[in-house]
Ligand binder design. Structure first.
Ligand SMILES: [Zn+2]
Length: 712
């Protein structure tokens, strides 16, 4: 009987990381005729790893027309000449493993696309390769960039990734995965995706993983074969030696991560070298996963991080030091990180093509600055600065078939250039001392970009919220005793409806409340609240019985009444918590709304707790949501137990004297606490809490049924 509640709240888990707010941002019109001359700088030839001192780089429109030793040129008026003496010119950086849908936190901060794209440009990253996102969204962003209607680094993208049911990629709760289960489905899925012109095909292969299921070796082979038939390169996510070997054997063109579980074997290295395969080590994301979320405090203090990372992300990250879902011991993790670096160095020694990628979008892996951290980590692993820069430029361009357009500063290539202070070959960190970023022949206004990333005048969400919350509640009209009596009766009826899971009783309660509302001259808070609560229960019921039309109607109704109630009392957190849960039901009904509603849900829970920190029902609704939120996003049974334990403490202290005030939920809280322990296989606590719930309310059907199931 709890199925609907579960289904509804399950959907609360849908992806808060992958959120987008569309925003069109027009780029200045292209400079078609003007020319840009960069003179006197040290020009880095990334293919040779050599510096050409006192150079000249001439750009016409968006194309480099000369790059080499300085030579005389006529200084006509249509030329912009910039003296770069003492500076180094390198190609714009390329982050070849990102997830633009992510937000670099553990979960709850919505960041609009433009701030993310601006962060890359501010950091000198002029091209990115998205390795897994919602298809329509990422390809439309890519199109906008290509049309010049978005101020953005060049975007390359795989679109959705190929994985298995419950495999890696499905945990985000947003449609960014393709899940074929037969050869035929796999071929069809590739053929269909080809129409959207992905830049590569990405496969998740996690065979042997403790966390996820995996595509079978055979299906991986079929997907690769079909992709190759369409002349598409295949990149595979594999992080163990065995997985990597399988992927290479199946014909992958490259690996999206380095192997972390053990040293790479010579046969694999030779095989990759001979077949000209590539690898994107992504040491940045492994540093976070294996060394701790904010282990690298120094990095957080980088001026580049400060400017290019949204401040609310940093604030959020500082609240939580560890990634909750990583359970391995710190020794095991550190060993993996050391292995990852050693393998990167070995690959480099074997002259396997390494491209720089960060996996930005993951917690504490940032859009832009992390590319510089990756450069540093590659050097730490033993690569020369010149090889690290090569990975970040020409190699990344080449793995995407862009070697003739991007990746070096040379004649005929597109003008994506980074001008920095100092020599990066002497110290790779010099690459962070960015002086000028040029993309497609345009000098970017970096300070303007920084202001867009962190607007100076914008009050923080917190202050804004406080200002709103301090609004005075409109006093509710005094409810006369006969009305109060009827509300009490409706409350009792509804409780009975919940205990026995009978929608007719819930509807009866609702009807009587609506009758009262019609008679009242002025809408009162509790009338609206209880109508919304009836709607909430009914939505739950109809979701469970798969009567989606009815569920749809009731969830909309509950939102409508909650909105009215919020106008009467903007400080009553329970309204926000119920609203968050109602939005969760809406996502259960419409998966495609996950993107737009996901983060709203978390905002509403945040507001609810801020407004009513001691209200047990606020924590109850949040706790149930936690229970069905993947651990990756800070949910799971442990998180739920934490929230629900706090919740029952508040329930134990609660003493509602006014019969009009909400008083529901205590037995439900204990029941869900039991269910959280059940998920962990802790039978003793499970039983204890179900019994506790029945002590509070012997008629509560859900606890009765759960206890019965437990005893079977
Ligand atoms: Zn990734």
């Amino acid at each position: 009987m709890n199925k609907g509640f579960t289904a509804g709240l399950l959907s609360l888990s849908v992806c808060f990381l992958l959120i987008f707010i569309p925003m069109i941002f027009c780029v200045n019109s292209e400079r078609k005729t003007g020319s840009l001359y960069l003179t006197g700088g040290n020009l880095l030839d990334v293919t040779q790893g050599k510096i050409i001192p006192d150079s000249l780089v001439a750009i016409k429109g968006n194309v480099i027309i000369y790059a080499g030793p300085k030579k005389p040129f006529d200084k006509s008026s249509d030329k912009t000449v910039i003296d770069c003496s003492g500076k180094t010119l390198l190609p714009g950086l390329f982050d070849a493993h990102i997830h633009l849908g992510g937000t670099s936190t553990l979960g709850y901060i919505p960041i609009d696309d433009q701030r993310k794209l601006g962060a890359f440009l501010y950091s000198g990253v002029t091209s990115v390769f998205d390795l897994g996102a919602i298809q329509d969204w990422i390809f439309s962003l890519r199109d906008a960039e290509r049309k010049g209607t978005r101020l953005s680094p060049r975007i390359f993208a795989v679109g959705p990734l190929f994985t298995s049911p419950k495999g890696h990629g499905t945990e985000y709760g947003v449609p960014m995965s393709l899940i074929p289960t037969t050869d035929e489905e796999a071929r069809e899925a590739v053929q269909k995706l080809v129409e959207a012109k992905p830049d590569q095909i990405k496969i998740i292969y996690e065979k042997g993983s403790n966390h996820f299921t995996s595509l079978s070796y055979e299906l991986m082979e079929v997907i690769i074969d079909e992709a190759h038939k369409h002349n598409l390169t295949v990149i595979t996510h594999a992080t163990t030696l065995e997985q990597a070997k399988d992927a290479v054997k199946a014909g992958t063109d490259g690996l999206a991560h380095i192997v972390v579980d053990q040293e790479m074997s010579e046969d694999l290295l030779l095989n990759m070298k001979q077949n000209n395969l590539f690898c994107i080590p992504t040491l940045s994301v492994f540093e976070v996963f294996f060394c701790g979320l904010l282990s690298n405090q120094k990095y957080l203090e980088w001026p580049l991080v400060n400017k290019a990372v949204c401040q609310e992300i940093i604030v959020d990250l500082r609240k939580q030091r560890e990634i909750p879902w990583i359970k391995e011991s710190s020794e095991t993790r550190m060993k993996k990180f050391t292995t990852a670096k050693r393998n990167a160095k070995m690959m480099s020694d074997y002259e396997i093509k390494l491209a720089l990628g960060t996996d930005a979008g993951n917690p504490a892996v940032f859009f832009g600055p992390s590319a510089h951290r990756e450069l540093e980590l590659l050097v730490e692993a033993g690569l020369s600065p010149s090889d690290a820069i090569k990975a970040a430029t020409i190699n990344a361009a080449e793995i995407l078939g862009q070697g003739d357009r991007l990746g070096t500063i040379s004649e005929g290539k597109l003008a994506d250039i980074l001008v920095i202070e100092g020599n990066p070959l002497k110290d790779i960190r010099n690459a962070q001392n960015i002086s000028i970023v040029i993309k497609n022949g345009h000098i970017l206004e970096r300070e303007e970009l920084a202001r867009k990333i962190n607007p100076p005048e914008k009050p923080s969400a917190r202050t804004e919220h406080k200002a709103k919350a301090s609004k005075k509640a409109t006093p509710s009209p005094k409810i006369d005793t006969s009305v109060a009596q009827k509300i009490k009766q409706a409350k009792e009826l509804m409780k009975k409806g919940v205990d026995t899971w009978d929608p007719e009783l819930m509807k009866k309660a609702r009807a009587s409340l609506l009758g009262l509302l019609a008679k009242e001259k002025q809408e009162s808070l509790y009338l609206l609240y209880y109508i919304a609560l009836c709607d909430f229960r009914l939505t739950n019921y109809y979701l469970a019985s798969a009567e989606t039309d009815k569920a749809e109607t009731y969830t909309k109704e509950s939102q409508r009444y909650l909105e009215k109630a919020m106008q009467i009392d903007p400080n009553f957190g329970e309204l926000d918590a119920l609203y968050a849960s109602a939005l969760g039901f809406e996502i259960a009904l419409h998966q495609e709304k996950a993107m737009s509603l996901g983060f709203q849900i978390f905002q509403y829970f945040g507001k609810a707790i801020e407004k009513s920190p001691d209200n047990p029902r606020v924590h109850f609704l949040k706790g149930v949501s936690d229970l069905f939120t993947p651990e990756q996003f800070g949910g799971g049974p442990d998180a739920a137990i934490k929230t629900l334990t706090k919740c029952v403490e508040f329930f134990e202290k609660e003493d509602v004297k006014d019969p009009l005030k909400p008083s529901w939920g205590k037995e439900e809280a204990y029941t869900f606490l039991g269910m959280a322990h059940k998920q962990k296989g802790e039978t003793k606590q499970t039983e204890e809490y179900f019994k506790k719930a029945l002590e509070i309310n012997p008629d509560y059907g859900l606890a009765k049924e759960e206890l019965r199931k437990l005893k079977k």
